[in-house]
Design a protein around this ligand. Sequence first.
Ligand SMILES: [Zn+2]
Length: 317
Amino acid sequence: MLYPWQIETWQRFTQQYEQQRVPHAVILTGVSGLGQLTLAEKMAMLVLCEQQDLIEPCGECHSCQLFLAGNHPDHTVISPEEDGKQIKIEQIRGLKQKQTLTANVSQWKTAILMPAEAMNINASNSLLKLLEEPQQNTFLILISSALAHLPITILSRCQKVPSSLPSADMAISWLKSEGDFIQTDIEKALTMAKSAPLTALSLLADGSLDYLEQVSRDFTALLQHKANPVQLAQQWQKYDLKLVMHYLQLRLKDRIANNSKQQNLRSNPQNWQIYDCIINTIKLLSSSNNINKVLLIEQFMVSVMDYPTSENTVLNH
Ligand SMILES: [Zn+2]
């Protein structure tokens, strides 16, 4: 099932499909939290469906059944083998091999690669060759929310399919249909998720909305040197620390952007230094080493407090 904000994009794709103008490769762009994988899967399912005169996958043919069961032999999904890791060249080689074989069930072979920016340099180079010499009846769908991290050579060979954020009304009414949430919480979650509905939904559903507000207050206290890192680190270890760090990263990014827009405010190098601290902490949290999380968070807090107090770095709640 597509999300309501994807309907227009879907209709444009089905027009291409009807006119037999499906490109060899597309890249679905837009912020994360819009359900890009759902859209990509429906595109692949339609192309593979045996009922080729329809503009919706029939859901009943052998191909659709296999696809829905998650084991269609002509469809490949490529993602990092571990969360937060890179997509490796061996995975792209596997795809290449598969694309040279004859299709088993359908007349097409499809693949979804996400997130595309997770490819390491060797994997990108290997994919580029595949894009330069596409096999007939192959359809590759890349998904990325960080186009700046992808080589231009790859981007120029994929048709861009941008997804924009839904209107506030659409996002709110969709979230209301997903659970028993109150309007003020929905609005708060959407603000924190920068209007991405699926991100907002996970904030509402797992209770993290409450603690992110607390995190925001704690972080302001740290910046003003009014917090005790040892006590705070104990408190924060109960949270989803990656989510916390991504949230702080997002808020600080906004802060930096706003500061640079306001000519009367000096640009503040501390914001960038704290930003680097956040990035480093995310990297350490993502590494598979057995890290002491309390210690890591404590170190993060101490380094934030090492910077001189500044009004510019205080986050707005
Ligand atoms: Zn079908």
